[in-house]
Design a protein around this ligand. Structure first.
Ligand code: C2E
Ligand code: CA
Ligand code: CA
Ligand code: CA
Length: 277
């Protein structure tokens, strides 16, 4: 293996710098990780602050690398996007989440919807809704338990078949949220055209929400707009009591952030947030 490693270095060192080489190794490992079950699903609770209840969760991928330990998605999602590995990775995530919901149901645990992040690369492929539909059928799950988080780039182009995909997903009872709202190429046009279920206000806007900040003005505008369009609003990255108080004042009750809970492993999530019967 050492010999092989050396050869590889020789081959690639000519055309790649160190950083590329690191990516190269990581990509090679990621390919294996998908087969070896080294990826892990973490869950972060979503809370309704009016009732204090857990109203959902977001599934976030982690990588348990045998040498490097737990790797955060920002380290390997971009690589997965570049290499196309994001397609099998996303497939794996969706399946894991359906498996989990099925498991909860079998154990008599009341279900909560779980949001999954969908790469625009996958969303824009024609058979996306078909994949989701057959997965739901396989696990006999109602679409309302699986929520999809897509980014603004996913709905910028190819209007016709995006409309069709969205229609098909809607028919399955699936809710669709725009993730990182406000950070992409927002256009009011698509908000009108595509009837989406909600927006997730990006955490960069939620940070340091106080009465006079610029962020406050923008957040107020986003909440107002979403309400007019009858869309749900989730505020992401809520970390402080001040931010929470501000959001409450704006009638934004659906929140997610470290103030309520960091993403954690499934068994911990079950212990902390779920009611077992
Ligand atoms: P995201 O979808 O915007 O997910 C929210 C990120 O914010 C998560 O980072 C979460 O841990 C973090 N976060 C939540 N609350 C707080 C808070 O109060 N303060 C701060 N500072 N951060 C908070 P994470 O898990 O590192 O994920 C980063 C990004 O990686 C995600 O951003 C998403 O774009 C991507 N990602 C994660 N899992 C998947 C996946 O399964 N598929 C795809 N395509 N992308 C994924
Ligand atoms: Ca997300
Ligand atoms: Ca987000
Ligand atoms: Ca993001």
């Amino acid at each position: 293996a050492k010999e092989q490693g050396r050869n590889m270095y020789q081959i690639y060192s000519r055309s790649m710098d160190k950083r590329d080489y690191h990516s190269f190794l990581l990509e090679r490992d990621l390919r294996k990780a998908l087969l070896k079950d080294e990826l892990v699903v973490h869950l972060q609770p979503r809370v309704n602050t009016k009732t204090g209840r857990i109203v959902g969760a977001e599934a976030l991928v982690r990588w348990m690398h045998p040498q490097l330990g737990l790797i955060a998605p920002c380290e390997f999602i971009p690589l997965a996007e570049e290499s196309g590995l994001i397609i099998p990775l996303g497939k794996w995530m969706k399946r894991k989440v359906c498996e989990l919901l099925d498991n909860w149901r079998n154990r008599g645990i009341p279900l909560i919807p779980i949001g999954v992040n969908i790469s625009s690369q996958r969303f824009l492929q024609k058979d996306f809704s078909k994949e989701v539909r057959s997965l739901l059928e396989e696990y006999q799950l109602d679409g309302k338990w699986l929520e999809l988080e897509i980014t603004e780039n996913s709905i910028m182009k190819n209007e016709e078949y995006i409309l069709e995909t969205l229609r098909e997903l809607k028919a399955l009872g699936i809710k669709i949220y725009i993730d990182d709202f406000g950070t992409g190429y927002s256009s009011f046009h698509y908000l009108k055209t595509f009837k989406l279920d909600g927006i997730k206000i990006d955490q960069s806007f939620v940070q340091n929400l106080s009465c006079q900040s610029e962020n406050a003005e923008i957040t107020i505008a986003m909440i107002k707009m979403a309400k007019h369009l009858k869309m749900d609003v989730i505020a992401e990255g809520v970390e402080t009591e001040e931010e929470l108080a501000f959001l409450l004042e704006q009638n934004c009750f659906h929140v997610q952030g470290y103030l309520f809970g960091k993403p954690c492993a499934i068994d911990e999530f079950e212990k902390c947030y779920l009611t077992t019967v």
